[in-house]
Design a binder for this molecule. Structure first.
Ligand code: SAM
Length: 357
């Protein structure tokens, strides 16, 4: 099965097609890394963070370290986002009877982890069975898609499960046909992991609008809903503590650079530390790798000289205020159907609906 643009599943790829996809992904990864170290781009490495080992002793464990971090967060660690977001999502489920009132396709944009599936997605499916007749996971990570489909099928409910191996911001595709209502969800604050330099004023809200427009473009059913969560915490100290708790997860990307790009030996994946900055002007919580020493290396034909203490921004978690967030959604053509908030919870769930033109 190929990888065309109209709602295909990823399930059965022939070995040559699989190899081609793998080679393409590695080329794209190398290109993103070259752009990153050259300083031509920043904040664009989020989608490469969830990685898997390929041999015994491989330290490329992005997915596993994310899972461990979530376990720690559940035990009351500093990363408040998981529990707070889960709380507002679960509180929202009984309030969304209208959205789930008829047969629909539920689309999960970036399923992420088993925990996220069990705590944020399956509760909707179970609460509104048999109305959720189809689950579609969309992710750039094939392993994640396999996991998500397995989770859904394990519930033994009367529904189909499909996967789309796509970048939901960069690629053009449709979720499928046959169903007249689609409810897309983007949880885990993924929408705010915008792939830009976090220090450029004015850019984040414009880009957020274009991200909303991209999500709108994938719908094909007559009735369309988008559920999205946001985190409005703008306290720099608490953000620093929360995101530093995931250092082990983020630092694994450096091993992936060593494994999956033709980087020369001057690159030392252990020669960096992780730091978290909050930029009030852009509302960006921005993560950077900071070299602990000067480092010189090359990738393909390009040579790099990193300076000790240089800040290399690779991943953002924007913390927009509600007004900025919803104004971007409205500019992109969505109406706000409902917002669910809780006391002392910085995470909010919004239900949006594309405006009929
Ligand atoms: C932060 S995790 C969120 C996971 C989960 N939804 C949750 O609530 O915790 C992001 C997930 O989205 C995927 N992802 C991130 N950006 C993506 C993109 N542009 N296109 C497709 N998948 C993407 C990642 O591979 C990962 O599975």
């Amino acid at each position: 099965m190929g990888t065309g643009t109209h709602g295909e599943c990823i399930m059965i790829s022939s070995p040559p097609a699989l190899l081609k996809q793998k080679v393409q992904a590695e080329l794209e990864f190398t290109n993103d890394i070259v752009e990153f170290f050259s300083g031509r781009r920043a904040g664009h490495l989020s989608k490469w963070l969830y990685s898997n080992p390929q041999f015994e002793g491989d330290k490329v464990l992005g997915t596993e370290t994310w899972r461990r971090g979530i376990e720690e967060a559940k035990r009351g660690g500093d990363y408040y986002v998981f529990l707070k977001e889960k709380s507002v999502i679960q509180n929202a489920i009984p309030r969304l009877k209208d959205v789930f009132s008829r047969k629909l396709r539920m689309i999960d944009l970036g399923p992420g982890s088993e925990e996220a599936m069990r705590d944020k997605i399956m509760p909707f499916v179970q609460a509104y069975t048999p109305n959720v007749v189809e689950y579609v996971g969309v992710d750039v990570s094939r392993d994640t898609l396999v996991m998500a489909k397995k989770e859904v099928l394990a519930a033994g409910l009367p529904m189909e499960a499909r996967s789309l191996e796509r970048d939901f911001i960069q690629d053009s595709f449709f979720y499928g046909d046959r169903v007249s209502r689609e409810v897309a969800v983007i949880f885990g604050l993924t929408l705010c992991n915008m792939t830009i330099d976090p220090r450029v004023p004015g850019l984040p809200s414009k880009l957020l609008t274009s991200y909303f427009q991209r999500l709108k473009s994938h719908f094909s059913a007559r009735e369309r809903f988008l559920m999205v969560t946001q985190d409005v915490n703008q306290d720099p100290e608490s953000l620093k503590r929360a995101y530093e708790a995931f250092s082990d997860h983020y630092m694994r990307l450096l091993y992936r650079i060593q494994r999956d790009t033709p980087v020369t030996s001057g690159f030392d994946p252990e020669g960096f530390r992780l730091e978290v900055d909050y930029f009030k002007d852009t509302q960006a919580c921005a993560l950077c790798f900071v070299p602990k020493k000067n480092m010189s290396f090359s990738i393909e034909d390009e040579a790099f000289a990193l300076r000790k203490d240089q800040r290399l921004y690779f991943h953002n978690a924007f913390k927009f205020d509600v007004q900025t967030f919803l104004s971007a959604a409205r500019t992109a053509g969505f109406d706000v159907v409902q917002s669910v908030e809780e006391k002392e919870n910085p995470c909010i769930l919004h239900v949006l609906k594309p405006r009929v033109m």
